[in-house]
Design a protein around this ligand. Structure first.
Ligand code: PMV
Length: 336
């Protein structure tokens, strides 16, 4: 049995950072994100005979409640991945699986760098959840696929839906707020400064913030106030209201990292240069607002109208980077 599913990464305008249950991967802060059309993760699954873990350390195993055993092996862009990173995901898969012993061979590819703060885990786990649901006949609905994707990565639960999506504090799955056609003028310019994988995963970063930042509690309390306000600004398609809220969200998120016992900084000097360029553009009347995730890349949210101005301002900066404009994309796509 083979199944192919693809998904776009989902960029948070209002950030998820911190878990209320790290075992089940439940978010402690509400987030609102958009699907990025320009980037895509595609996952092909082929099933076969159950493989014993002892014969290959790239193989992971888990048992379904029926007693059936599931083994898996994951390659991303041709490279074998540590099966432990997928253990929670397949433990959850096993809860829904009703068939006999089976092996799941996963081959995933991204048209952008993996684990470099471009939300590769979001598109990757969403596409994996869709492909696993179809190949193993789990018969999950969209919310069920979102909840399964969440076990791999919180942001992946948002990637299952297209358009504008919210993942609430304490939620098991995300919900779509508006479909992809809701705000056709909205654009994201992704400024990629480094393609190397990040040294600290978002999972580790969140846990470090939760355990050792004196600002963590304030971050969570504040994000509960910010999210509904941002949701309202989004419903009104009011970028001048939403943009400053986006900036508060990502800068307050980073404040929890800068204030840890052992602080960590994902930013590069060039990231700050882009932040300052956006600031200058706003002074000139351009509607552009930046956001960042667990990596040095900067994402600039603007409109179709202002995109050329933003692109030309970036061309004037002498630095190594690649820029990709993106509209808001859709959700999962299946092909055979
Ligand atoms: O869900 P994860 O483990 O990929 O973490 C996402 C963390 C951020 O990208 C920084 C924020 C977000 O809401 O996507």
């Amino acid at each position: 049995m083979k199944s192919t599913c693809s998904a776009h990464p989902n960029l948070a305008l209002i950030k998820y950072w911190g878990k209320s249950d790290s075992q089940l991967n439940i978010p402690a802060s509400p987030s609102i994100g958009i699907s990025l059309e320009a980037f895509r993760s595609t996952t092909l699954i082929s099933t076969g005979n159950y493989e014993n873990q002892k014969s290959d350390e790239a193989v992971g195993t888990s048992a379904a409640s029926s007693g059936a055993k599931i083994s898996w092996r994951v390659r991303i862009d041709g490279e074998l991945y540590n099966p432990l990173r997928y253990a929670d995901f397949f433990a959850d898969t096993a809860l829904h699986y009703g068939g006999g012993d089976i092996h799941v061979e996963v081959e995933s590819s991204n048209n952008f760098p993996t684990a470099a703060g471009l939300a590769s885990s979001a598109g990757g786990f969403a596409a994996l959840a869709g492909a696993v649901d179809s190949a193993l006949k789990l018969n999950l609905d969209q919310n069920g696929i979102s909840a399964l994707a969440r076990r791999g990565s919180g942001s992946a639960s948002r990637s299952v839906y297209g358009g504008f999506v919210q993942l609430d504090r304490g939620a098991f799955h995300a919900v779509q707020l508006h479909d992809r056609d809701f705000w056709p003028q909205l654009r994201c310019l992704i400024v990629q400064l480094r393609s190397a994988a990040k040294a600290i995963s978002s999972r580790t970063g969140m846990e470090t913030s939760r355990k050792s930042s004196p600002f963590y509690k304030a971050w969570i309390a504040d994000s509960l106030l910010l999210a509904p306000e941002a949701r309202q600004a989004l419903a009104e398609k009011n970028l001048r209201a939403l943009g400053p809220m986006m900036r508060r969200s990502y800068l307050r998120m980073f404040s929890t990292m800068f204030s840890c016992e052992d602080p960590f900084i994902y930013w590069e000097a060039d990231s700050l240069l882009i932040i300052k360029t956006a600031e200058e553009l706003r002074r000139q009347g351009v509607d552009v607002y930046e956001t960042m995730d667990a990596g040095p890349q900067v994402k600039l949210i603007t409109t179709e109208e202002f995109l050329p101005r933003v692109e030309s301002a970036l061309r004037e900066i002498d630095m190594e980077r690649s820029t990709t404009p993106s509209a808001v994309g859709g959700g999962l796509e299946f092909s055979r």
